[in-house]
Design a protein around this ligand. Sequence first.
Ligand code: SF4
Length: 441
Amino acid sequence: MKRTFLIFVYGCQMNAYDGDRLRGAMKDMGWSESDDVMDSDVVIFVTCSIREKAEQKVMSELGRFRPLWEKNRRPFVALLGCMAQRTGLDVAKKFPWVRVIAGPRSLGLVPMSIASALAGGGPFICLDSPTELDDLSCAPARANNGHKAYITITHGCDQFCSYCIVPYVRGRFGSRAPGEILNEARRLVEAGAVELTLLGQNVNSYGKDFAASKKNYSFANLLSDVASINGLKRLRFTTSHPVDFTDDILDVMVSHRGICPGINLPVQAGSDKVLKEMNRKYTKAQYVDTVNKIRASLPELGLTTDLIVGFPGETDEEFEQSLKLIEETRFDLVHSAAYSPREGTPAAKRTDQVPPPERARRLALVNETQSRVSAEINEALVGRSFEVLLDEAAPKGEGLLQGRTITDKVVLVKANPAMAGTVREARITGSSPWCLDGELL
Ligand code: SF4
């Protein structure tokens, strides 16, 4: 009997990676992937809890299944990932068509639970323990777009930033075994990947938990070993934590040309008081020192950051310090967000919440400031030439392919789609705050 599934992935690249692996595991069990809800036996949501809006969107999607379920008892839904861990019990009560619920550390239980739910069982509710991991044993079968692929190297996070839900839904920090990661990387390169991205909530901490077992293998060791795989052209990693960005990581980046000097180093705020209340464990001056050190070693650097505005108690003056940091540090891009209270975190309990309209005002100011800085940085690149890994058709513009420089700048060029996956030299002919126009040389 033909059994069909459809997957929707929300949130971060780690979810995309989990979605890819689950897709592979389902196909290995004889399921076919569908692109239509009406044609599916199960619709799988891999979800995110970082912001309230992301959860509201999925809640509203879940509600849409009611008429179908009441009429046909088909399709049923599997709710996975951070939101499943956080809200799973409520969801199970509210939406009887959600027959499988599993947190991000319980993905290994999902394929069999889905098969049992199809046979009429359930609901199967697999909420995570913060320390156990029941992972899918399979790796993605191939690079996600033929030539680029992700590999998760750590699970969970022990930083407990006061606004963040991740440690509560993804559990304690843990590193995957080096051999497992290297085997997966080699398989992906053999299957055609030319660029790999190592993923984790805090990749720089990789290996710190090996100390207990007396293994001495750090993130720098892993970077060096993956970068040395024959056939791999580019290696990226995300996300970094400023306190763990140590000199040995920089040394390895300098000595391996294939490790891209494109770094996302989340700062989150420009005020020392706010940073302390966020439990970020560094001051603005320490952050700036780290950036200066990285720039001294990697002059051709693409630097991006994450920034939250309207954290509880953030005054106008403290917010101004975030704007000043943007002006002074001149990031290539800022992933900005208005603070979103997440139930269960210390910051959400505070009584000095910044009103939402003020958060929105500050967000608009950050975006306006960063847009000007990005425009200036990109304009200065016009006339220069860069190696670009051509990627896929640009979302807009006929005959345009989009690619990325080693510093992670998006470049749009006129090119034959067959060139996707190759590295070409392009001259920059125009710019905007968010991307560059180029011509192949
Ligand atoms: S480092 Fe902080 S913000 Fe990042 S996942 Fe961990 S707790 Fe959340």
